[in-house]
Design a protein around this ligand. Structure first.
Ligand SMILES: [Zn+2]
Length: 441
């Protein structure tokens, strides 16, 4: 494979010193970044002109549901628990391998074309191999796992499983997919949320994950009504119960955290439990606005994610970045979460949340080449100024020109190199119709 030089861009490293190199080069050999700065091309080197662009670490989305992308627009304007019970669960129960593959490919096409290189994904209960296969095909870096559900009010028969079967299937998937595709793929045990899981299921998931260093990925402290339901069912807050049942520490990833109290945040910070801020989904489901800047100041390890297409309705890391930065100002004052700080949430902090920061999340020699080249010369981003201001407040997915993951160019001149996007869209349209018909909605 030829070496590649990304030449003359503004390199936003997101390294420990948060260096920005104007007119810098990035040399990629195989799957690795070998140097950053000024690089002299050799005869056999491929040069990609990055002038007028920012060269940034690939974006990390630490909470998505690829299985729900095909449901985009099917569950709008409903409260969370109704949204789940009346739309999302019946639709998920109607999934088959073909509809899951179509859903995952559509979501991956959207995310990757927008510069997302790593996702933490929560699947549905059955046929999760189809999502894993789509992740491998697309070239994305993904940690994913099937949703685990062994109880709960309103859970359709198609999603309810026995504790034993849920643990066994998760374990089968984990051993099949952990480390697949040259290490691009990882497994996360995914007890869906505390109301859909028994104590034995959550404890079993946490124990099995710990055996192999897998993640545990769940939802918590999302909506006030959901919290009230948890209190009346379990006599305590979801975060406290999860912690008692073994979901805590650096391998535990909690999506949302909108309702966290100071005391809870202090415990999460002390134990290293990760919280994924999903601002668009929290707005659309009326869950509230997480106190991200305060959680950050208290030392909670944070990341960003789009959540699912039916509650967002995009899988666009840039929208989450912009919403995170803007909403922090409404929540805790205009100096909260400045652009430079916010950008790290979408890159190195996201990687750290997933335990991948030794591998990705910054543009540094020795790290894997997960990179995006982002145009800064759109009419919406000119005439200049601070690169973080442009990236966070002005740029978006439309500005992403090229993307590399593990040294492979997966997007070139805005075209996906692994997925036939027109075919992906056509299959998603067809599968969406079939899914609705099967769900009887
Ligand atoms: Zn979610």
């Amino acid at each position: 494979m030829l070496d590649t030089i990304l030449r003359g861009g503004t390199v936003v490293t997101c390294d420990a010193a948060d260096r920005v190199l104007v007119g810098g080069d990035v040399l990629v050999r195989g799957n690795t970044i070998v140097s950053v700065g000024e690089v002299r091309p050799r005869g056999t080197t491929r040069v990609v002109d990055a002038s007028g662009c920012a060269v940034v670490p690939g974006l990390v989305q630490a909470h998505v549901h690829l299985c729900q992308v095909v449901m985009r627009g099917m569950a709008d304007d409903r409260p969370l628990l109704e949204w789940l019970k009346e739309r999302i669960w019946p639709l998920e129960a109607a999934h088959d391998a073909a509809s899951l593959a179509a859903s995952a490919e559509l979501g991956l096409a959207e995310a990757m074309l927008g510069g997302t290189t790593t996702v933490l994904d929560m699947g549905t209960v059955r046929e999760h191999d189809a999502v894993m296969e789509a992740c491998v095909r697309s070239g994305v870096r993904a940690i994913s796992g099937k949703a685990m559900m062994d109880q709960g009010d309103g859970v359709p028969a198609g999603l309810r499983e026995s504790t034993r079967a849920s643990l066994d299937e998760s374990e089968r998937l984990a051993s099949r997919w952990r480390g697949a595709a040259d290490g691009r793929i990882g497994y996360a045990y995914a007890p869906r949320f505390i109301l859909s899981c028994s104590e034995a299921l959550v404890r079993g998931a946490a124990e099995r994950a710990a055996e192999h260093g897998d993640l545990v990925h769940t939802h918590a402290a999302e909506h006030p009504e959901e919290r009230a339901a948890v209190r009346s069912a379990l006599g305590d807050e979801d975060v406290a119960v999860l912690r008692r049942w073994g979901v805590a520490g650096p391998r535990a990833i909690l999506a949302h955290g909108v309702q966290l109290t100071d005391e809870e945040a202090r415990v999460l910070a002390a134990e290293g439990t990760r919280v994924v801020h999903c601002p668009s989904a929290n707005l659309k489901l009326g869950s509230g606005i997480a106190r991200v800047a305060e959680l950050d100041a208290m030392g909670v390890k944070l990341a960003l994610g789009a959540d699912g297409a039916p509650c967002n309705n995009n899988l666009d890391a840039w929208t989450e970045l912009r919403h995170a930065a803007l909403l922090a100002k409404v929540r805790t004052g205009v100096t909260s979460l400045p652009a430079r700080r916010a950008f790290r949430l979408a890159t190195i902090d996201g990687a750290r949340a997933l335990g991948l920061d030794a591998l990705v999340g910054s543009v540094e020699p020795g790290k894997r080449a997960d990179l995006a080249v982002v145009r800064l010369d759109g009419a919406h981003a000119e005439p200049g100024g601070d690169v973080f201001s442009r990236l966070v407040y002005a740029c978006g997915a439309r500005d992403v020109e090229h993307v590399w993951i593990d040294g492979v160019r997966v997007v070139s001149h805005r075209q996906h190199q692994r997925l036939d996007v027109e075919g992906v869209k056509a299959r998603a349209r067809e599968q969406a119709k079939k899914l609705v018909a099967r769900a009887g909605l």
